[in-house]
Design a protein around this ligand. Sequence first.
Ligand SMILES: Cc1ncc(COP(=O)(O)O)c(C=O)c1O
Length: 302
Amino acid sequence: MPSTKVYLSGTETAVDPEAARISVFDRGFLYGDSIYETMRTAGGHPVELARHLARLHRSADAIGLVLPWTDDVFATRIAQTHAQTGNPESQIRVIVTRGVGPLMLDPRRSGDPGVVIIAQPLVLPTADAYRCGIAAVIVGLTKTQGSMVDPGIKSGNYLGSIQALRRAIAEGGDDAILCNAAGEIAEGATSNVFFVSAGRIVTPELQGGLLAGITREVVCELAADGGQVVLETRVSPDALRSAEEVFLTSSVRGIMPVTRLDGRTLGDGTAGPTTRGLLARYGGYLARAEAAARSMVGPTGG
Ligand SMILES: Cc1ncc(COP(=O)(O)O)c(C=O)c1O
């Protein structure tokens, strides 16, 4: 039976969510002093695990946190937690917190970093959602590179994205798109943004201050395989608003078409031809990942 399991570092085995407990003095809880990765499995194996672990390392380095495990231990524990769920496929979250400490910010006073792995049944948007797309709103909140919470770090501090999402929902949207300090398009609340203009696929450049999404990278590679080079550049809100097609990318949802932007319908209100082409390529990519996982042996295979 599909289920959710949680593994906490320092314990033997993953447990049911109700039995998973962390201290109220954990700095991830107190201050968002944590980093994380979200991924999905295909064929029971985390998709792009190596890239997710590489980004976890980059986030850890950026906040001066020493990861307590080697990549092999992460891979093994993730595989074990997923295996314990009995799910055909899981959505997996790996959280590393700086640890438990007294009620003071000083990171030197923290205990050892702790790891939490959550594996829950993978629930994807419906086929209809992928066909009809979602409504997004460009909100007047900014992501600022070099700011206190650098958008390039996947930290546990998501208050900015939550505020953006609240605003988008209040304006009748399903998702939010944020700008950078220069007023250019940065990324979605939990996704990267792409659009199609004059047949060209475009995405905001990383230098603008945004998370280097793994699906963003994969989509650029899949587009290149199909002979379409994605243009990474500065993007104005007006350029996005006048795009022929818009879509968001993230590890769980994959490619999600945006068919309404700031209350205006894009094209005929369904996923456009370039987005549909990329969705098909992305489906093929997941099918190959699944086939590769099924043919694997070892702790993270099968
Ligand atoms: C702010 C932000 N940007 C982009 C992404 C997409 O990243 P990925 O494709 O690696 O899931 C996420 C994913 O959670 C995110 O939170």
